[in-house]
Design a binder for this molecule. Structure first.
Ligand code: ATP
Length: 237
């Protein structure tokens, strides 16, 4: 079943067209990744899906509903949750408080305990640090907290914008393993990454974004084997 569908979406910043006529789909249960160079429009696409940035043309459907003009907070209620680029946790709040903020839009607060447990199982480090103030944690820990907070909304679609950014190699492996586990537990994932090697190895399908447009699509495995992708994004000629 198609969970998310962007049709001919364009997004502007003033007169700058950052995304131009972009069409992608994400099926329920998939990990789909968007790869592309700096400035290709990956974050802008994520912002359009979460409702942070309005689209100037085209449409966005989620679970069969047209959400193109729906407010961002109502998209969270529908089941779309974003872990933003640059982490964006609340630095003055503890781990527990940050996680609780992720659940603000939920009506079923009685099930919260289960979801705290799930997040702590995925990220034991957060369990150890539950009373620590977010802003004092390491970059990798803050990244875990941002993903954990997005999971507390119990999303059907988790949007991850550069989860590996700025992380030490051992954290990068760990974050990607956890993303696979989150997906295995039933959450659909749309992943934006500069680490194309890891993203393509983990994703069922992938889209390549260049200057605001999709230039290539295929399974993760197909794109990993594609010589032009290897040259441009995997650092092998
Ligand atoms: P990166 O990996 O470097 O974050 P990206 O693929 O996520 O890149 P975007 O951040 O979506 O790219 O940016 C796409 C284009 O839109 C770029 O040319 C960028 O300069 C421009 N842009 C992004 N945000 C703004 C903004 N707030 N105001 C003006 N232009 C912007």
């Amino acid at each position: 079943m198609t969970l998310l569908e962007l049709s001919d979406v364009s997004v502007h910043y003033g007169r700058i067209k950052a995304v131009s006529g972009l069409s992608i789909t994400v099926d329920e249960g998939e990990i789909v990744t968007l790869i592309g160079a700096n400035g290709a429009g990956k974050s802008t696409t994520m912002r359009a899906i979460s409702g942070i940035r309005p689209v100037s043309a085209g449409s966005i459907r989620f679970d069969g509903e047209d959400i193109t003009r729906l407010r961002g907070d109502l998209r969270v209620v529908r089941g779309i949750s974003q872990s933003p680029e640059g982490r964006g946790i609340f630095p003055g709040m503890t781990v527990l408080e940050n996680l609780d903020m992720g659940a603000y839009a939920r009506k079923d607060r009685k099930d919260l305990k289960t979801d705290f447990d799930r997040v702590f199982e995925l990220f034991p480090r957060l369990a150890e640090r539950r009373t620590q103030v977010g802003g004092t944690m390491s970059g990798g820990e803050q990244q875990m907290l941002a993903i954990g907070r997005a999971l507390m909304a119990k999303p059907r679609l988790l949007l991850l914008d550069e989860p590996s950014m700025g992380l030490a190699p051992q954290f990068i492996q760990q974050i990607f393993r956890i993303i696979t586990e989150i997906n295995r537990q039933g959450t659909t994932v749309l992943l934006v990454e500069q680490n194309a090697q890891q993203a393509l190895s983990r994703a069922h399908r992938a889209y390549v974004l260049e200057t605001g447009q999709i230039t290539k699509t295929g399974t993760g495995r197909e794109l990993l084997a594609d010589s032009s992708i290897k040259e441009a994004y995997l650092g092998v000629g």
